[in-house]
Design a protein around this ligand. Structure first.
Ligand code: NAD
Length: 279
């Protein structure tokens, strides 16, 4: 059965490749981007997000089977905060009614390996408080210095992965039968990374920050195919995950133990649970 997908950032890179694969197999794709696709819209503003979501919903006839949010910027500029965080969360929120009307609705977003890099905590907090005015004020301060400006991107991606974990199990998403998950790519060869990867020094820096022992840099199809699976009918139970598709960068950087961080909390919870069972 063919499905209707709305894909942001569909004019370039990962979003474009995802749209191509889906169209080739017969699905309907409504692209959203600044230009060159079905819906021209600017996801850096609240008005742009609202209008783009309304247009995409109308083109789909009111029911959307899946939304894949790819649109993003990597520049150490304040606008990156607006597009990467609110351009995903607010757009998805506006698409929720059209998704809830579908039989097997699904959502996938793109986070990044950069979510593990140093962040600006106040910016992450402002994102997660849904306070765009505060987030933009902090981002404008950070962009004044290139060394702090880098944290705008990592903060936006850390916040997106945390938003997905926070929102996915709620009544609005899981309760409406909508799996919400993210993909964290390693270094993907797209227009976003072209300049950086074109010099030996740039490549060396990227590889030090994102070590990829499995097959090195990836093409956009590796991420596109994972986004397509996450938004397929077959994905019935992945909920709130950020899936690292990164040639091994996550395991190299974080090591084998990502479970012990809350050992005490988990032990206390289970001790209480076992005590209840013995009553
Ligand atoms: P890309 O630059 O090829 O594509 C990004 C798309 O987003 C472009 O078509 C652009 O026009 C669109 N966009 C930017 N600002 C917009 C706005 N205000 N409104 C609407 N659309 C806008 O980049 P890509 O590599 O395909 O990146 C896609 C996603 O993957 C991004 O969220 C990026 O952060 C993430 N990502 C990329 C890499 C990588 O190595 N390329 C790694 C990790 C995560």
């Amino acid at each position: 059965m063919t499905r209707t997908y709305v894909i942001t950032g569909a004019a370039s890179g990962i979003g474009k490749k995802t749209a191509e694969i889906l169209r080739e197999r017969g699905d309907k794709v409504i692209g959203v981007d600044l230009k060159g696709v079905e819906v021209s819209g600017d996801l850096s503003s609240a008005e742009g997000r609202k209008t783009a979501a309304a247009e995409a919903t109308a083109l789909a006839g009111g029911t959307v089977d899946a939304v894949i949010a790819c649109a993003g910027l990597a520049a150490p500029k304040a606008i990156t905060a607006a597009v990467n965080y609110f351009g995903m969360t607010e757009f998805l929120d506006a698409m929720q009614p059209a998704l809830a009307a579908a039989e097997s609705p699904r959502v996938a977003l793109i986070s990044s390996m950069a979510s593990m890099q140093p962040v600006a905590e106040p910016l992450v907090d402002a994102f997660l408080s849904d306070d765009e005015e505060a987030a933009m004020a902090i981002a404008r301060e950070l962009e004044k210095d290139p060394s702090t400006g880098q944290a705008i991107y990592s903060s936006s991606k850390r916040a997106i992965s945390r938003w997905v974990r926070r929102e996915a199990p709620t009544a609005r998403w899981a309760g409406a039968g909508i799996p919400l998950n993210a993909v964290a790519p390693g270094t993907v060869v797209t227009p976003m990374t072209k300049d950086l990867l074109s010099s030996a020094e740039g490549s060396k820096l990227v590889d030090a920050m994102v070590p990829m022992p499995l097959n090195s840099h990836q093409g956009p199809e590796s991420i596109a195919n994972l986004l397509i699976w996450l938004t397929s009918v077959e994905n019935s139970h992945c909920c709130g995950q950020t899936i690292y598709c990164d040639g091994g960068a996550d395991v190299v950087l974080r090591g084998d133990d990502i479970w012990s961080w809350n050992e005490e909390g988990i032990r206390a919870k289970f001790t209480e649970l076992y005590a209840t069972l013995q009553d």
